[in-house]
Design a protein around this ligand. Structure first.
Ligand code: ADP
Length: 427
């Protein structure tokens, strides 16, 4: 092969290689374009979807805002330390704020009444632990008015599920509280009227009961005087004086327990020993028990939880039930008339009281109607004693019921009261 034909051959190879490379490059560029177009389309679609999602989000947020703005209850958001971050117009009205700037940024504890601050703090901590909580509490509005509120609080979380704030929906329950207060007052007056009625019925027996220490005091005084006049021994006079002291104490005790029982003043809630409450009520009932020849027996447990309550009201329950028992046993021969009061620690740590009589009892179908107001089988009865007693026990967080005695005749009334460490407010 000569040199010219070799050069031509090489040239042809280079040209062919170049053509192959050029075609390859064109195919590559074509494919790249196609990919780019596809990627662009995907990107455009995604941008479109994102825009649509953002528009939807904005619309949802707008709708949510509108709902919150027009929501008749107070909607507020505050941080863990209580800083108010948001409050809707209903909320502003509720706390009597002129504008949002009056409350945004201040602490919720500037509104919560000081005596409810601890309860509110505990609600916030529970919400930050993820719970949904409810609380009734009082606020002091920006115009210095105390108002009752009920709030439902839930956690607000970020995208990682971490609680960042409290979302609370609060409503004004002052009117409802006022109504409840009025009802409580009326019920108190009714309970007081019932106690006065009981005292009216016991008046003759009480006069007799008081007469005994008074007569004894008079007699011992006369004796002491006589001895002094006759210049008798000092020891004998001292003995008489000691009797006088003991009898005056006895009379004073009777009067003290009666005065407490008929008093109308609203009592403070206190931690009570239920055994002492029963003993106090029985000391009043004892007067009637003697007159009616009823023996009263007690079986007290020393292992009882103390209960949180109003002493007079709980005494009233025991006295009502015991006196009903006395009346129910009227037709029973004197030797068989017995009231037994048993106290023990009941289920769930409750203080349990059971009062049994040996009267005729009642058929099972009549047991629950006993508590119906104005239902009485007595000529002078009002039919309110048991319904008032049930309301008192329920207001103390307990339950009063009647059952036919399993052994022997008669009825048993039982009630349970929660221990004082279960913090409660009387209903
Ligand atoms: P009241 O004593 O004025 O009648 P209560 O509400 O205390 O009103 O009692 C309602 C009724 O329940 C009584 O009239 C009586 O018929 C019945 N009752 C109450 N306690 C007993 C009891 N221990 N045994 C039988 N019946 C009873």
């Amino acid at each position: 092969m000569d040199q010219a034909s070799l050069g031509l051959g090489l040239w042809s190879v280079v040209c062919a290689a170049f053509i192959v490379l050029a075609v390859g490059a064109m195919i590559f560029v074509g494919r790249l374009n196609a990919h780019l177009r596809q990627a662009k389309a995907v990107l455009e679609r995604e941008v479109c979807q994102r825009k649509a999602a953002q528009a939807q989000l904005a619309q949802n947020e707008k709708r949510l805002r509108q709902i919150i703005e027009t929501e008749p209850e107070c909607v507020k958001v505050h941080s863990r330390d209580g800083t108010i971050l948001e409050m809707n117009p209903a909320g502003l009205q509720l706390v009597e704020a002129g504008s949002a700037s009056d409350v945004i940024g201040i602490s919720v504890y500037e509104l919560v009444a000081p005596d409810f601050a601890t309860a509110y703090r505990s609600l916030v901590e529970k919400v930050f632990a993820g719970a949904v909580e409810k609380l009734e509490f009082e606020i002091i509005s920006l115009k210095d008015r105390r108002l009752w509120m009920e709030t439902h609080a839930a956690p607000l979380t970020d995208s990682n599920g971490i609680v960042t704030a409290v979302l609370a929906i609060t409503r004004n329950i002052s009117a409802q509280k006022r109504y409840e207060q009025q009802m409580r007052q009326q019920y108190r007056e009714l309970a007081h009227a019932s106690r006065l009625d009981t005292m009216g019925q016991l008046a003759t027996m009480l006069a007799h009961e008081l007469n005994q220490p008074l007569t004894a005091i008079a007699n011992y005084s006369k004796g002491a005087l006589l001895r002094l006049r006759n210049s008798q021994g000092r020891e004998e006079v001292i003995g008489a004086m000691e009797h006088i002291c003991a009898q005056s104490e006895r009379a004073a005790n009777i009067i003290r327990s009666l005065r407490g029982f008929v008093s109308q003043t609203e009592e403070e809630l206190s931690c009570l020993s239920i055994n002492e409450v029963v003993e106090q009520a029985l000391s009043i009932a004892q007067i009637e028990a003697l007159a009616r020849n009823v023996s009263v027996e007690c079986e007290f447990s020393n292992d009882l939880p103390s209960v949180l309550g109003e002493r007079t009201q709980l005494e009233q329950v025991v006295l009502n039930i015991v006196r009903n028992g006395f009346e129910a046993m009227e037709q029973v021969p004197a030797s068989g008339r017995m009231i037994k009061v048993i106290t023990r620690s009941g289920s769930n740590g409750m203080a349990h009281v059971r009062i049994e009589d040996t009267g005729p009892g009642l058929p099972p179908e009549e047991l629950d109607t006993l508590f119906t107001p104005f239902l009485t089988t007595k000529r002078a009865g009002m039919g309110l004693g048991l319904s008032i007693s049930r309301s008192i026990i329920e207001a103390h967080g307990g339950r009063l019921s009647a059952t036919q005695n399993v052994k022997g005749r008669g009825l048993s009334f039982t009630f349970d009261l929660p221990p004082s460490n279960e913090q409660r407010v009387l209903q």
